[in-house]
Design a protein around this ligand. Structure first.
Ligand SMILES: [Zn+2]
Length: 476
């Protein structure tokens, strides 16, 4: 089976065929860096990170571009409020974004363009749209001319009439049609501005994605993703702008993908409801990988309900996966024996069978929920083998570890445990304390033994005594 994706352009699953064989051009709308990003936004960052990893695992060379919106009304208001420049605000929250993204195991994009660093490209794109007859200048503003674009509404599946009916006409605006949207906004006092053929001003929000995606990925790209709330008007507008600028009759994007909403305790997250939660606040409360696990445990297009119970279950899930890896590592030092009667051929064929199922799930519109279920089947198979056999051959450890590492490269939900890194200074110190404790127990000095256990516990290290020796792991 090869990869199929649910394409919002056609509202059906389609076989994925890239424009350039073996390559994938992939654009994802990034954050507006006026604040920490919220858990709702963490969802597209995480799920599309997994799609990117899966494409790479499947052998594609992926160019992944995700922008930073570093100029818009929200940026300007917040900078005024904090009494800093828009640039200083952007620097701060780009750096905070990077910290949270790293904690959540979200890989860095190949290119992370910032709107303010692409003003010439944005102006150039607007000039093309005007030259092709799809935008007009009005008192220093530039607007996209909706009436010149019959395809408008083809992504969100609404016709122009219905969209017009919902649009409010503001008599103070300088546009011809209420649906016309700004490509360029004339300078207002106290706002950052740049020189342009239409006078000083700044770009509208939608145009930056059109300008930056074509710069780094070309005029026609394979995949464009984002949250479902971006489908209209942001993505509809991006498509209109890009196609009006390229004027080559080809679609801007071949596969549009949107993730579903994230609810908090069954309600839509909003500042007015007081249930607004940043990813930073969530990962201070729960292990970051638990948040990642939680997002991947549902299909990306389904709504997902963020609850404390859901996050606790996810944390337990990460722990179960990680424990399997720790147990495997520990057993590989103490229970490896090639004379074992373990049926390695049967084990490997079961592992292969699960691997096939995993690939089928991921190829089916990257169904991470199903793929995670299969990862747990793999863990069950490994745990059962460890439980039922005192000694196991070298191939068992190699194949098991390889399987876990491969799935983790794709899903990123197991993570590493420090007890595996033998060279780490802290690990050495922990090992030293454990030997001291073993010695104390041998000498029946239980006071010292308990003291060491408590000392380690205070540092988040949990000990488990087994017939083969003492295992340790870090609490999540
Ligand atoms: Zn965008």
């Amino acid at each position: 089976m090869s990869l199929v994706l649910f394409n919002d352009l056609t509202r059906k699953k389609e076989k994925f065929i890239p424009i350039k064989e073996g390559h994938v051009s992939f654009y994802s709308c990034g954050p507006t860096v006026y604040d920490y990003f919220h858990v709702g936004n963490a969802r597209p960052f995480i799920v599309f990170d997994v799609l990117r990893r899966w494409l790479e695992h499947s052998g594609y060379k992926v160019t992944f571009v995700q922008n930073f919106t570093d100029i818009d009304d929200k940026m300007i208001h917040r900078a005024h409020k904090e009494n800093i420049t828009v640039k200083e605000l952007a620097e701060k929250f780009i750096s905070e974004y990077n910290k949270d993204a790293e904690a959540l195991g979200i890989r860095k994009p190949d290119v992370s363009p910032r709107a303010t660093e692409h003003i010439p490209e944005i102006i150039n794109t607007i000039e093309k749209i005007i030259a092709n007859g799809h935008a007009y200048v009005s008192e220093g503003d530039v607007y996209f001319d909706i009436q010149s674009w019959p395809k408008y509404g083809s992504l969100c599946k609404q016709n122009l009439e219905d969209l017009e009916a919902g649009a409010r006409v503001d008599p103070t605006e300088k546009k011809k049609d209420p649906l016309d949207f700004a490509l360029w906004k004339a300078e207002k006092p106290g706002e950052p501005s740049w020189e342009s053929p239409w006078g000083k001003g700044r770009p509208g929000w939608h145009i930056e994605c059109s300008a930056m995606s074509s710069k780094y990925l070309g005029e026609n790209i394979d995949i464009h993703s984002g949250g479902v709330d971006l489908m209209f008007p942001h993505h509809e507008n991006e498509a209109a702008q890009s196609e009006a600028a390229s004027n080559n009759g080809k679609p801007f994007v071949n596969y549009w993908l949107h993730n579903g909403f994230l609810l908090i305790d069954s309600e839509k997250m909003s500042k007015s409801l007081g249930n607004f939660l940043t990813a930073r606040a969530a990962i201070e409360k729960y292990p970051p990988l638990a948040l990642r696990f939680f997002m991947l445990s549902a299909h990306y297009r389904s709504p997902i309900n963020f609850t404390p119970e859901g996050l606790e279950q996810a944390a337990a899930g990460v722990m179960r996966l990680r424990n399997c890896k720790i147990d495997l590592d520990f057993a590989s030092h103490t229970r490896k024996n090639n004379k074992s009667d373990f049926d390695i051929n049967k084990f490997e064929s079961e592992l292969n069978e699960l691997d096939k199922k995993f690939a089928e799930a991921m190829d089916d519109d990257f169904n991470t929920a199903a793929a995670m279920g299969i990862l747990f089947d793999v863990v069950y198979l490994i745990n059962t083998s460890l439980k039922e056999h005192e000694f196991l051959p070298e191939e068992f450890f190699e194949s098991s570890l390889k399987a876990l590492n491969t799935y983790d490269e794709i899903l990123g939900v197991i993570g590493s445990d420090d007890s595996e890194s033998e060279n780490d200074d802290e690990s050495k110190e922990i090992e030293k304390l454990i030997s001291e404790r073993t010695e104390a127990r041998k000498n029946k000095n239980f006071a010292r033994s308990d003291e060491i256990r408590n000392l380690l516990k205070a540092r988040g290290i949990v000990l488990e005594d087994t017939p083969q020796g003492t295992k340790w792991k870090r609490e999540l």
